[in-house]
Design a protein around this ligand. Structure first.
Ligand code: UDP
Ligand code: MG
Length: 316
């Protein structure tokens, strides 16, 4: 008999009652005929308020489905982290519960994994997406890649396969404020990509509002570097030199033609300009201090309410 190898599927779910059964069926269809592997499904119920957990319990009777119910909604990042910590497979595949990540691709992901890649990304094309959102996203990636130290790619989502090596690397990063897109890129390793066309959500609603996305964008910008702080210094230097030149110019004028009536316009514009720069700078500083504050508390990323995973059971 050939040795079977364990692959873990991690699926964060937040109010996904509408798609779970269908997802479960499709997963089974896509994994049943993959010889040589055993799959463990790990569903993380991220504090859903609908019937998600009931459905999970029901499908877990097959012995293949593991569930972890978090004590409240901790967000997708934390749910994924919970899944990574629980996964026992030699490779791990992360996917969404809404069937936007087609289970047929599992075979392709594993194919690349067999070629020796430690990360295999399923890259999404943006066909059929709302035009405005498409434009904003593209702009965002342009801007952010200028600023941060790791490279982020448009269309690289969380749908990917990670080898045990890559998973362990991610688990070793103990930060509370997790920005996975950046972390995946930060850990490095040989990465392959496969492409798939964007699908619309089967049922239920997207959990990310515009505001949520904006916050996510700012998180990305701040999590990976301290360049905004550096930018503040440059701005300050720029303003300082302009002001100095202006002061010299005025002083010169006073020396030559005596004291003028001070201009209201100059005064107001100086105040407005300087105070807005100051406010912005304080905001950026505050943002970093807030992050330090959260990190030093060393709170766990999530709390488990109920699970059918036996913690002590070792890799088998
Ligand atoms: N999700 C989660 N916790 C949250 C928000 C979302 O676990 O707080 C899960 C959700 O159930 C889904 C995945 O993350 O499986 C992606 O969410 P969604 O489809 O709403 O995002 P979108 O595809 O619109 O970016
Ligand atoms: Mg989705």
């Amino acid at each position: 008999m050939t040795k079977t190898r364990k692959v873990s599927l991690i699926i964060p779910c937040y109010n996904e009652e509408a798609t779970l059964i269908k997802l479960y069926d499709e997963l089974n269809k896509s994994t049943d005929n993959l010889a040589g592997y055993v799959f463990e499904y790990i569903f993380i119920d991220d504090g859903s308020r609908d019937r998600t957990f009931e459905i999970l319990k029901q499908i877990s009777r097959d012995g293949k489905v593991n569930y972890i119910k978090l004590s409240r909604n901790f967000g997708k990042e934390s749910a994924m982290f919970a899944g990574l910590e629980a996964a026992k497979g030699e490779a791990v595949i992360i996917m969404d519960a809404d069937l936007q990540h087609p289970p047929e691709l599992i075979a392709d992901l594993l194919g690349k994994y067999e070629q020796g890649f430690d990360q295999v990304v399923a890259k999404r094309t943006r066909d059929g997406e709302h035009k405005g959102r498409k434009l904003i996203t593209q702009l965002y990636y342009k801007v952010i890649n200028r600023f941060i130290d790791v490279e982020l790619n448009d269309g690289f989502g969380d749908f990917r396969l990670l080898s045990r090596k890559a998973v362990n690397a991610l688990l070793a990063l103990q930060e509370t404020n997790r920005f996975s897109k950046g972390l995946f890129s930060w850990i490095g390793f040989e990465t392959a990509t496969i492409e798939f066309t964007n699908r619309v959500r089967e049922a239920g609603q997207s959990k990310f509002s515009f505001r949520g996305l904006l916050n996510y964008a700012i998180d990305g910008l701040l999590s990976f570097n301290s360049k905004p702080l550096r930018l503040l210094i440059y701005t300050a230097l720029g303003i300082l030199s302009v002001s100095l030149m202006y002061i010299l110019y005025i002083l010169f004028g006073v020396l030559i033609s005596g004291i003028e009536v001070p201009g209201y316009f100059t005064l107001i514009s100086a105040i407005l300009l300087l105070s807005s720069v100051q406010l912005l700078s304080i905001g950026v500083l505050g943002e970093y201090i807030g992050r330090i504050y959260i990190e030093i508390k060393r709170r766990p990323n999530y709390l488990v309410d109920e699970t059918n995973i036996d913690k002590d059971k070792t890799n088998d």
